[in-house]
Design a protein around this ligand. Sequence first.
Ligand code: CP3
Length: 345
Amino acid sequence: MHKSILLDTLSGKPTQCPPVWYMRQAGRVLPSYRAIKKDHTLWQMMNDPEIGARVTLLPVNDLGVDAAILFSDILMVPYAMGMGFEFTDNGPVFSQPLMCSDNPLAQLHPDPSKLNFIYDIVDKVKTEKPANIPLIGFCGAPLTVLCYMIQGLGRKADFPDAIRFLYEHKQVARKLIDAVAELSIEYIKGQINHGVDVFQLFETHAGLIPIDLYNELFMPAVKKMAAVVKENHVPLIYFPRGFGMGIRNISPEVCDFLSVDWQTPLDVAREIVQPSIGLQGNLDPRLLYANKAEIEKQLQSYISFGQKHQNWIFNLGHGFLPDTSFENARFITDWVKNADWGREI
Ligand code: CP3
């Protein structure tokens, strides 16, 4: 791998400016993505190595980001456990959410080979990507994945039925968590064997339950998944959105870098997160609806942080929203690349 500023930052080397990439950069904002999507369903795009690899690399060319993230979805793990779903305009819809079943565990039939088609995309990206651009692999963390599996409604953001299920059927929930973690570990190993350079764990719905309950039920599984990434010497980023003060007790066993949500000021995160853990984030994706002067004012406020802290990756505090302006996305990337971060290296 030629010099990559993302890998340099992840391994503690100083760089002139922070590396930049965005959660949900591969879909949504890019006109080139929307053009491909006109003629294909999401499943077609994620199934075809040629299209999947092309979409993975679009943001590298169109936005000028420092990394590519695999074009796939966290719901591939439920799919490989035998759950049927479709991506609709209202979000993913499962044919039989687990809460509708008398015996949810019996409904699951994990089959790691159902994930093989995704490794074909990884292989293709690896041969086609520029040498200085690392490929980020990912999967969902267990709470987020289970929210969808149990309740099955993508756009109902607070998953009331899934959380009720966790309280009502805690013992079943523990078994489901283990089952999701077990298959996710196979998936992590598969992605790493096929050459992903960095791994991100998306716990988008961490904020839906109390920190203590998260730590009791989910953190052991997260640690098991993290251990596999670490054993393979791949840098690991963890995104527990809405975890609040929970980030204080995250240990280096869990991740190398913590992706900070837009609710949490970056300097507060820096004060409370263990110093050996780097940070990523945390621009509010909705800021991109504002005008350039407003956006620039916010960006400017990152300079003193970036000057002081080299162990930081510029990113959003959650993924791009579907109707975000491409021009503004390009504007922030150029701004981060061209700003004077006042770093001496
Ligand atoms: O970052 C990237 O662009 C790479 C690919 C990626 C997708 N999904 C593709 C996708 C990644 C990293 C994800 C992660 C994901 N998927 C998460 C965690 C991150 C987050 O943003 O919170 C979650 C919760 C999902 C589940 C999911 N997939 C939902 C709720 C939806 C429907 C609504 C939506 O978010 O658009 C999807 C569909 C999906 N996954 C799309 C894409 C590009 C469709 C967007 C489109 O219509 O083009």
